[in-house]
Design a protein around this ligand. Structure first.
Ligand SMILES: Nc1ncnc2c1ncn2[C@@H]1O[C@H](COP(=O)(O)OP(=O)(O)O)[C@@H](O)[C@H]1O
Ligand SMILES: [Mg+2]
Length: 353
């Protein structure tokens, strides 16, 4: 047996899965360090659930290798069954047994000594804050509580890894934020490694240590949340991670010349580029002689989004925190960017080597 300590709780290399002509997952790689959370973020149908099912052993990959710690669990010859992988799963619909109490649901995956089992259930129900409702049936619980029962059941056998498939999608918006912070706290306290699937950018950005963006069966970028948001590797990732402004420009090393002037860029390029900046990067100042006009304002309470039409007909978005400082539709403005921005090579552009 290989006894060297692996730094990753799970690794997968070159995983692929097709269903007939549908190439659901194509050659993906992932690695999650012990105790860290990875989010698989992508639109519906991009292959997220299929990846989780292959990691859990519920689906056999067409190609690729999966290791849990230093155990090989899946390759061309080996295919360890789900029950031997020490993985806990939490599904979108929680899949609780309706005729069992909270306590019985939690005990479902345990099959050890009765006294130790009771202790473990007590511990795990305390961890998820459900000790007081342990004798209730699932229908007597709120959505958030049902979610925590599902988590308790997955954690009870002390798995090496927890996989969560769209765990918050059945909760209404008001509850979702609260429940996801609770779940993050519970998972951190338990010290487990987790991979969770979501199509919600905010959820991925606020919960994960790393995010892997999946589109059309492929993983197109994996990075820390801040980096992915500030330095998306492509136009496609930038728009998927939030609002973005794009403009054509001409790069010369670490600066770009564009309609808004000469701006520093984050990664050096030469030639034709497309620049990207977030609405919150675009600063506005009311000025009756300014080159743009506010044509729309949407107020969200914590911030507001302003749409600006430049005299050149370019449309820009600006997000402002706080009061509107006289910035309302019809007002002409000056626009400015103070932070280095991203740029992508277009047909005649290229990275500086
Ligand atoms: N058992 C299956 N049989 C046939 N096609 C499937 C099966 N499971 C998933 N697919 C297809 O594979 C693609 C990826 O599905 P899935 O992994 O469920 O995506 P996601 O979880 O990102 O929504 C979709 O086109 C889906 O229709
Ligand atoms: Mg899915």
């Amino acid at each position: 047996m290989n006894t060297c300590a692996a730094s990753h709780a799970i690794t997968a290399q070159n995983l692929s899965k097709a269903y007939g002509p549908i190439r659901a997952v194509r050659n993906i790689d992932l690695a999650v360090e012990y105790g860290r959370f990875l989010a698989l973020l992508g639109p519906s149908g991009c292959g997220k659930t299929t990846v989780l099912r292959m990691l859990a052993g519920l689906e056999r990959p067409d190609t690729g290798v999966v290791r849990i710690g230093d155990r090989l669990v899946s390759d061309a010859q080996v295919f360890a069954p789900p029950e031997s992988r020490r993985i806990g799963m939490v599904f979108q619909d929680y899949a609780l047994f309706p005729h069992m109490t909270v306590q019985e649901n939690t005990a479902f995956g345990l099959n050890g000594d009765a006294r130790r089992e009771r202790e473990r259930i007590h511990d795990v129900l305390s961890l998820v804050g459900l000790e007081g409702v342990k004798d209730r049936m699932p229908h007597e619980l709120s959505g958030g509580q049902q979610q925590r029962v599902a988590l308790a059941r997955a954690l009870a056998p002390k798995p090496d890894l927890i996989l969560l498939d769209e765990p918050f999608s059945n909760l209404d918006a008001a509850l979702r934020g609260r429940v996801r912070q609770d779940i993050r706290h519970i998972l951190r306290t338990a010290g487990v490694t987790a991979i969770f699937v979501t199509h919600d950018q905010e959820e991925a950005l606020s919960l994960a240590d790393e995010i892997a963006v999946m589109i059309d069966g492929q993983m197109i970028q994996t990075d820390r949340p801040e980096r992915l948001y500030r330095r998306p590797g492509s136009h496609q990732v930038a728009t998927f991670l939030g609002d973005a402004n794009f403009l054509p420009g001409q790069a010369a090393g670490d600066v770009v010349e564009c309609e808004l002037g000469r701006l520093p860029i984050l990664e050096p390029l030469e030639g034709e580029v497309e620049i990207m900046f977030r609405p919150e990067d675009l600063l506005l100042k009311a000025d009756d002689q300014g080159p743009g006009e506010i044509i729309e304002r949407t107020y969200f309470g914590h911030d507001q989004m302003l749409i600006i039409r430049m005299d050149s007909a370019t449309i820009l978005k600006s997000r402002l925190v706080g009061c509107c400082q006289g910035l309302h539709p019809g007002q002409r403005v000056q626009v400015r960017i103070d932070t280095p921005i991203m740029a992508y090579p277009t047909r005649y552009g290229c990275p500086v080597v």
